[in-house]
Write a protein that binds this ligand. Structure first.
Ligand code: CP
Ligand code: NVA
Length: 306
């Protein structure tokens, strides 16, 4: 089987995503019915974390176990990774002892270098630039609730961070539109976002205008991991980029609200929105488990018919 990585959203095609969504539906239904499904019996996943995590670690670890395999957790503090072992050497060794690797790290370049020296598939569990597993779960959640995302409008409010960049890539792959509103100085950088063009997104200086007629409104923390030194400045700069009830009121009446979590109520989102009727954040978090099981199955076994 050809070695395939998932380092950024555009690494897979629309047709491959359609397959993953179909497999996710089946895998989720089996799980809900307490049906054992162990296609990855005896396989092991190494998870490397250079940043904190709750959902990503839990969903990959539980997911691998539910598929019959094992997950091994490594972090920078307790491994040689934190003591300067070259990432290329680590990739050679780790990929000779495991079947699959998931990495959460800083620059995208680190995961690209690891993948270039890995014998097994590598999955991006978040970098400074991208968070493809999150958007896989988010789009699956949208499809579950509202049907196809093709041609729909997704509004992104706040920082043009890893999650935003991934939404923008996904819009190109799956053919929908993103309305982005960031404070001045935090605009989208198309090259960093890995975009082919500017056809699938529009930037708005007024966040309320960005939200108008949206099918989905989404946001994320004002300060991502690794950028903590900018926290005070960002609290001031992002003050008017909070998703609140007034903003949700401008979106379509059946618009969904998503947040990758963890959230800061009173900063990027008002409690009345994240805890309100438009919010699907708990389904979104749960779906990390199901989509990543489909992803691991696909990267290790190829296409399996449902
Ligand atoms: N959304 C997400 O990736 O959460 P964690 O940081 O808890 O993994
Ligand atoms: N943008 C956030 C997402 C956390 C899941 C971060 O990178 O910290």
């Amino acid at each position: 089987m050809q070695l395939k990585h998932f380092l950024q959203f555009k690494d897979l095609s629309r047709e491959e995503f359609e397959h993953l969504f179909q497999r996710t539906r089946w895998i989720k239904a089996q799980f809900k019915a307490y049906q054992t499904y162990h296609p990855l019996h005896d396989r092991s996943l190494v998870m490397i974390f250079e940043k904190a995590s709750t959902r990503t670690r839990l969903s990959f670890e539980a997911g691998m176990q539910q598929l019959g395999g094992a997950a091994i957790y490594l972090n920078t503090r307790d491994s040689q990774l934190g003591r300067g072992e070259p990432v290329e050497d680590a990739a050679q060794v780790i990929s000779r002892m495991s079947d699959l690797v998931m990495i959460r790290t800083f620059e995208q370049d680190i995961i690209e270098r690891f993948a270039a020296h890995s014998r097994v598939p590598v999955i991006n569990g978040l970098t400074n630039e991208y968070h493809p597993c999150q958007i896989l779960a988010d789009i699956f959640t949208f499809i579950e609730q509202r049907g196809s995302i093709k041609g729909k409008t997704v509004t992104w409010i706040g920082d043009s961070n890893n999650v935003c960049n991934t939404w923008l890539q996904a819009a190109e792959v799956l053919d929908f539109n993103v309305h982005v509103s960031t404070p001045p100085g935090y605009e989208v950088e198309p090259e960093r976002a890995g975009l082919y063009g500017t056809d699938h997104y529009e930037e708005f200086s007024d966040p309320l205008e960005a939200a108008r007629d949206a099918d989905l409104v989404t946001t994320d923390v004002w300060t991502s991991m690794g950028f903590e030194a900018e926290n005070e400045e960002r609290l001031r700069d992002f003050e008017h980029w909070q998703v609140d009830a007034e903003m949700m009121g401008l979106a379509k009446p059946d618009a969904l609200f998503m947040h990758c979590l963890p959230a800061h109520r009173g900063e990027e989102v008002a409690a009345e929105v994240i805890d309100g009727p438009h919010s699907v954040v708990w389904d979104e978090a749960e779906n990390r488990l199901h989509v990543q099981k489909a992803l691991m199955e696909y990267l290790l076994l190829g296409k399996i018919e449902s």
